[in-house]
Structure formats: C-alpha cells, structure tokens
Ligand binder design. Structure first.
Ligand code: PEP
Ligand code: MN
Length: 337
C-alpha cells in the first residue's frame, strides 16, 4: 500500500502516519517527491484496510500498489531517482558514464586507464578486484590489493569507484573502498547477499541475471530497497539467448520497459552485452538512444594482454571517440554528459 500525503502535509502529520504503520507491525518507507511525500508500506501478508489512513489529517489518498515490486515501482514514486554518489549524480538528466578495465591488474594499468577515461569525460571508474570467473584456473582478481589500487586511482582522478562485491564475507571491506557496489549478474538472485545490500547505505549497481526476467530483476531490487537502501541502479548487461555470434544478447527492450515500470536509474553495459570490441560502441550509442541513464564500458590500454574480457575492451582512444558520439546522442534525447 501507498499512503499519499497532501502537498502541504506537516512533518507531524507525516510522522503520525509513520507511527500508525509501525503500530500495525508494518514497515513505513517515506518517499519524498517533488510535490508531496508518499509513504510506502511493506511487511503486510494480505491487503491493508486503506480507510484507516484516508481519514488521517494530511493524507490525500491511500492506494493499493498493483505491482509485486512496490517500492521500486513508478506507482509509488513518479519522479526518477537520482542517486548522489559523493556529488556525482547517478540518474537524472546527466548521463552517468562509467568506464575502466574488467579487472584491476596492476597499479600502472589502473592508473593509466583511470586518467584516460577521466580525460575522455567519464565520472566513474569501474574495475573488479573480486572476479566471478567461469573457470577456477582463470585470474580471480587482486582482492584487497585491487581495492587499494582503485582507491589510489580515485585519489588521483576524483573518479567515483564502481567495483563488484561477490559475497557477504568481503562485503564490509569492499563497501569501505567502493563508491558504488556492483552486484554481478551471477549473484542477482543470491537472496542472502541482496538482503545484506539492503542493510547497508551505499549505492548499488544491480546487474541483471543472465537468465532473469525483468520482473525477477525488479524483485531483486525490491529486496534491497525494502531493506532500507534506496540507492539502487539497474544495469542491463545482456541475457542468454540461442544466439552464439555474440557473447550475450543486449536486451535494449528492457530500457524503455524499465523506465516505465520503475523510478530507479537504468544503466546499459554494452561490453558484456555484446562481448565484441568492434560492436561495443554501437550498442553503447543505442543504449543512450533507448533512454538509458548511463553506460558502463570496459576500457583497457592493451586489450590483448588483459587478464579478463580483453576481447570486449575498448582502447582508450576508442572510448574517447565513443564519448564524442555519446555527447551528440545525449543532446538529441534531452540529456547531458
Ligand atoms: C563485470 O562487470 O566485469 C562482470 C563480471 O559483469 P557481469 O556480472 O554482468 O557478468
Ligand atoms: Mn568483465
């Protein structure tokens, strides 16, 4: 249920509704909007009698939310969510551009890429220190050493760090270093981990599971938000289909569909989405044109030597060229970079 307050409802009236919800053994989620505050209610097993709220002072309406994902739905919050990542917006009119290597490999590598993507216009540096690899014999990431290198790159460039958290055990440490915690595709339905992400106060980039429907993905986001962490962005990174010419199938349908269903920011990952360097830029441009709130792109100065995902990593000069194109497309769809 959603309790919609009147535009000029007082703090005391809002607090009275919050207290009443708590008194029923339920959880209130006050959601400030441009015009008015709405209070989402979770924790109920069946329907809640709306009349008991409708008669309270300052309440405009109490409505049942029809979607199974409630707090992340547009029904509950009409305005786009803009996450403030230490002064850099994630969501809203300005596109969030995230770029960097698949994995942090060395001090020289991460600093070189960080300076290059910063110069090209990125505001976020991506890079994995804990890598979910298909084979146990492949590079697994530099672990805490990699996180320290990301922190050093942030210090030198001012870029915000986006890095993956793989398990609950390392979550506190990764959260200490990261500005945005990436929850990888393979973990999208790791319910114990996503519950923990709901309990912390750090922005989350929730990647879509390779076989997850949009509904399942939104339900995963709902876990995080229902836990009290409202700073969630969604990342389309391609789904598994019958097609074998590309690594995954970037589901650009998801972009406008999500923008209609949810207020959360939507980021497109063309690198994992198509998996082929030659075509990454095309899909990045398409993602922005489709209405994404940003992109996350793999960039490596020597892709042929990369320890992971070299085949889909852009060279710094290719990323620079992509940024030029992104600026043009952003202008055409009413966005800025
Ligand atoms: C990555 O970003 O390098 C990554 C492992 O992504 P995904 O979880 O989408 O496969
Ligand atoms: Mn990768």
């Amino acid at each position: 249920m959603l309790v919609v307050m009147k535009p000029h409802a007082t703090e005391a009236e809002i607090e009275a509704v919050v207290e009443k919800i708590r008194g029923l053994g339920l959880t209130p989620h006050p959601i400030p909007g441009a015009q008015r505050v709405a209070i989402g209610v979770t924790g109920n097993k069946g329907g809640i009698e709306t009349a008991q709220f409708e008669t309270m002072p300052g309440v405009a309406d109490a409505i049942r939310v029809s979607q199974p994902f409630k707090l992340v739905s547009r029904e509950v919050k009409e305005e786009d969510t803009v996450i403030d990542v230490g002064g850099v917006p994630l969501g809203g009119k300005a596109l969030a551009v995230m770029a960097g290597p698949c994995s942090v490999e060395s001090k020289e590598q991460i600093l070189e890429v960080a300076h290059a993507v910063k110069a090209a216009g990125a505001r976020f540096l991506r890079g994995g220190a804990y890598k979910p690899r298909t084979s146990p014999y492949e590079f697994q990431g530099l672990a805490e050493e990699g996180l320290k290198l990301l922190a050093l790159a942030r210090e030198q460039t001012g870029l915000k760090v986006v890095t993956e958290v793989m398990d609950a055990e390392t979550l506190p440490m990764v959260a200490d270093y990261a500005d945005v915690l990436q929850l990888g595709a393979r973990n999208m339905q790791n319910f114990s981990l996503i519950r923990r992400l709901g309990a912390i106060r750090k922005p989350i980039l929730l990647k879509r599971g390779p076989s997850a429907t949009i509904r399942e993905w939104l339900m995963a986001a709902e876990y995080v938000v229902a836990g009290g962490n409202y700073q969630v962005a969604l990342c389309e990174r391609g789904i598994r289909t019958f097609e074998t010419m590309t690594r995954n199938t970037l589901d650009l349908n998801a972009v406008p569909v999500l923008k209609a269903l949810t207020h959360l920011p939507v980021i497109v990952d063309p690198s994992h989405g198509i998996g082929l360097r030659a075509h990454v830029a095309a899909m990045a441009r398409a993602g922005i044109a489709a209405g994404a709130d940003g992109i996350i792109v793999e960039v490596h100065p020597r892709p042929e030597q990369a320890l992971s995902d070299g085949q889909q990593s852009l060279l710094p000069r290719e990323f620079e060229e992509l940024m030029r194109q992104v600026r043009v497309i952003a202008g055409a769809v009413g966005r800025s970079v």
